[in-house]
Design a protein around this ligand. Structure first.
Ligand code: HEC
Length: 216
C-alpha cells in the first residue's frame, strides 16, 4: 500500500511538472499530443503573398468558371433584387421556403407561372432526381425499392391530393420535402434550384391527377 501511494504521488508530480496545471497561463507554445492540423502552411485572406507573381494571396476564379447558385447582380441590392434563374435560396419568403409564417402554404407563389413548359421541366427534373425511388409514376415503386427496406412514399396516395384528408400535403410541404428532406428521405435543396423545385411540385400534381384520371 505504501508503495502504491508513493508511486501515485510520483506519477502526479511527474504529470503536473510536465503538463502544468489546467488553466495555467504560459508564454510557451502548448504541448500538442494531437496537433489536429493546427499548424499548416496557408495563405490568409487579404494578405500579400510572395508565392504568386502578382503578390496577391486571394485568387480569382478561373476564367469561364460558372458560379453555382447565383448570378452576378448587375446593380446594387438597394435598387431592388433582380430575378435570378439559378438560385438555391435567398430569403425567407414563400417562394424560397414553401412556408407562410409557421405554416406550409398551398398554391404556387407569384414567381411561378404554371405553364406546359414548367410541367415539362418538372417531368425532366422529377425523372432525374426522384423517379429512382418514387417511380416514374410517383407510386413509390422506383428501382431503389428492390434494394431497400425503407419504402418511398406513394405520391399519388390520398394524403397528397385530397385537401379534405387530414394527411393532405399542401404544395409548400412538398416543396419543403424536396428542399430539406423528410424523415428517411434526404434533402435535395443543394442540388435542385428553387424554380425547379416548384416545377417538380407542379409535375407531382399532374402525376396525381393522371393517377386518378387514367387515359381511356
Ligand atoms: C433515395 C430515395 C429517394 C429519392 C431520390 C427521393 N425520395 Fe422522396 N422519399 C423517400 C422516402 C424513403 C420517403 C419516406 C420517408 C419517411 O417517411 O421516412 C420519401 C418521402 C417523400 C415525400 C413525402 C413526405 C411526407 O410529407 O410524408 C415526398 C413529397 C417526397 N418524398 C418527394 C420527393 C421528391 C419530389 C423527390 C425528388 C426531388 C424525392 N422525393 C426523391 C425516398 C426518396
Amino acid at each position: 500500500m505504501k508503495y502504491f501511494f508513493l508511486s501515485s504521488l510520483f506519477i502526479i508530480v511527474a504529470v503536473v511538472s510536465f503538463a502544468g496545471f489546467r488553466g495555467g497561463k504560459s508564454e510557451l507554445p502548448p504541448i500538442q499530443v494531437f496537433p489536429d492540423m493546427d499548424k499548416q502552411a496557408k495563405v490568409k485572406a487579404q494578405v500579400s503573398s510572395d508565392f504568386f507573381s502578382n503578390g496577391v494571396s486571394m485568387r480569382l476564379p478561373i476564367a469561364g468558371t460558372n458560379p453555382i447558385g447565383y448570378q452576378m447582380p448587375s446593380k446594387p441590392a438597394s435598387e431592388g433584387l433582380e430575378p435570378q434563374l439559378v438560385e438555391f435560396s435567398r430569403s425567407t419568403g414563400y417562394y424560397y421556403t414553401g412556408k407562410m409564417g409557421d405554416f406550409y402554404g398551398d398554391g404556387f407563389p407569384p414567381e411561378i407561372k404554371v405553364t406546359p413548359m414548367l410541367l415539362k421541366r418538372g417531368q425532366e427534373r422529377f425523372n432525374i432526381s426522384c423517379a429512382i425511388c418514387h417511380g416514374a409514376a410517383g407510386n413509390g415503386k422506383g428501382v431503389f425499392t428492390k434494394y431497400s427496406v425503407v419504402l418511398p412514399t406513394d405520391l399519388t396516395g390520398p394524403g397528397f391530393d385530397d385537401a379534405a384528408n387530414p394527411a393532405y400535403r399542401p404544395d409548400g410541404k412538398i416543396y419543403d420535402t424536396i428542399t430539406n428532406g423528410w424523415n428517411q428521405m434526404g434533402g435535395y435543396g443543394a442540388n435542385i434550384t428553387v424554380s425547379d423545385r416548384w416545377a417538380i411540385v407542379a409535375y407531382i400534381r399532374a402525376i396525381q391527377y393522371a393517377a386518378k384520371n387514367p387515359a381511356k
